[in-house]
Design a protein around this ligand. Structure first.
Ligand code: NAP
Ligand code: GDD
Length: 341
């Protein structure tokens, strides 16, 4: 264990390029890599209003490079500029619900975007190690439980289909071109930086809105869906560990426990001290998906064995972290008052 830690530390003073640095995982990963002494570059796309809130604590310490997963030349230029030892491809159209409404865009960014990253690395930094943000959504309609690295894929959304494409593109570049590419097949991980449309944040923010008297109900969809929810800062550590291995591989990251949306909601209202929670939840057809993933639960045994990685935050602690952060943020005016339906 001590030997392993020394080996990790001996390999610092590297540079990393993170796509998706403005998102939940990208911002936590940037903080982790800075703490290890990395020079951190982040790819950011042009938006009409900049979206750098998650980077506020480290704004002065990262170098942002303009680029878009839709645009090969910008990725080539970004890789050339960063000359990275490690590339973390976290950018994606990451919301499953939107992928049903914008399937082609999702395929372009979340699927083909991976290929564009791989092409940029192959041409301009072939020795760089690449992490690909693959997903448990690839398992989709599962026929066994828990899911591990050998479980077949049956994606249920354009997002899941695009992630399967990206996953296999990575393996192909490993086999065909000898690139060091590793897929993290991560189950849901959440935090106080989670996007507002994902169900956990929709609930934690909605409960906080009710708690401070700015809303009366939350509109949800399938309360029976089950997910394996972990805490995001712990999952970015797994990404880093995967790129410190001698041989690239694919790993499931999960807690091994599944809970339903209903359980999450009940726990969140309890944290806020709101009784009779069912009175505050409206089930609305518009929040259901054309094809649902009913039940995901991962087996992280390989990651534990080979990477020494293990999630620590338990389900009820995760709910508490998110609800308390949203209540505090609304009270301080640092989190927006938003519609909750
Ligand atoms: P997120 O918060 O939605 O962040 C997505 C990032 O991608 C944002 O920085 C976004 O930039 C960027 N992006 C979107 N389209 C882009 C484009 N065309 N070009 C460049 N950048 C673009 O997602 P996350 O939760 O951190 O997840 C990170 C990655 O892990 C994603 O690939 C996701 O699919 C995958 N994943 C997540 C989970 C999870 O539970 N969180 C589980 C498995 C896999 P803007 O700020 O400009 O929008
Ligand atoms: N978003 C949302 N909104 N989901 C709801 C709602 C609602 O009002 N009501 C019920 N759900 C159910 C969804 O139908 C789904 O079964 C479950 O809650 C989780 O939905 P999301 O939080 O949107 O996450 P996801 O599991 O679809 O996708 C997330 O996890 C994947 C890993 O499995 C995203 O982070 C993906 O990017 C990631 O790959």
């Amino acid at each position: 264990m001590v030997k392993a830690r020394a080996r990790f530390q001996a390999r610092v003073a590297k540079s990393a390029l993170i796509s998706g640095i403005t998102g939940q995982d990208g911002s936590y990963l940037a903080e982790l890599l800075l703490s290890k002494g990395y020079t951190v570059f982040g790819l950011v796309r042009r938006l009409s209003v900049p979206n750098l809130g998650n980077l506020r604590p480290i704004a002065e310490r990262v170098t942002l490079i303009d680029g878009d997963l839709m645009d090969q030349s910008s990725l080539n230029a970004a890789v050339q500029k960063a000359a990275p030892d490690e590339v973390y491809n976290l950018a994606a159209q990451s919301f499953v619900g939107t992928s049903f409404v914008q399937p082609v865009l999702t395929g372009e960014i979340t699927g083909l975007g991976v290929l564009r990253i791989l092409e940029a690395v192959r041409a301009h930094a072939p020795h760089a190690r690449v992490y690909q943000a693959s997903s448990s959504e690839m398992f989709g309609h599962v026929d066994r439980e828990p899911q591990d690295e050998m479980t077949p894929f049956h994606p249920r959304s354009p997002y899941g289909v695009a992630k399967v494409y990206g996953y296999w593109a990575c393996i192909n570049y490993r086999e065909a071109h000898g690139l060091f590419v590793a897929n993290g097949i991560l189950f849901n991980h959440e935090s106080e930086r989670r996007g507002f449309e994902f169900v956990t944040r929709k609930i934690s923010h909605g409960v906080a809105m009710i708690h401070v008297g700015r809303a009366k109900t939350i509109s949800l969809g399938n309360l029976e869906a089950k997910r394996d929810w972990g805490y995001a800062p712990e999952y970015v550590d797994m990404m880093w560990r995967m790129l410190q291995q001698d041989i690239p591989g694919d790993f499931v990251g999960a807690t091994g426990e599944a809970h339903s949306v209903e359980e999450f909601a009940a726990a969140a209202f309890e944290v806020a001290g709101i009784e009779d929670w069912k009175k505050h939840v409206v089930v609305d057809e518009k929040n259901f998906r054309p094809a649902e993933v009913y039940n995901l639960r991962g087996n992280p045994a390989k990651a534990k064995r080979a990477l020494g990685w293990e999630p620590r935050t338990k389900f009820h602690d995760l709910v508490r972290i998110m609800v308390e952060a949203d209540i505090a943020g609304l009270q301080a005016g640092t989190i927006p008052v938003r519609p909750v339906s």
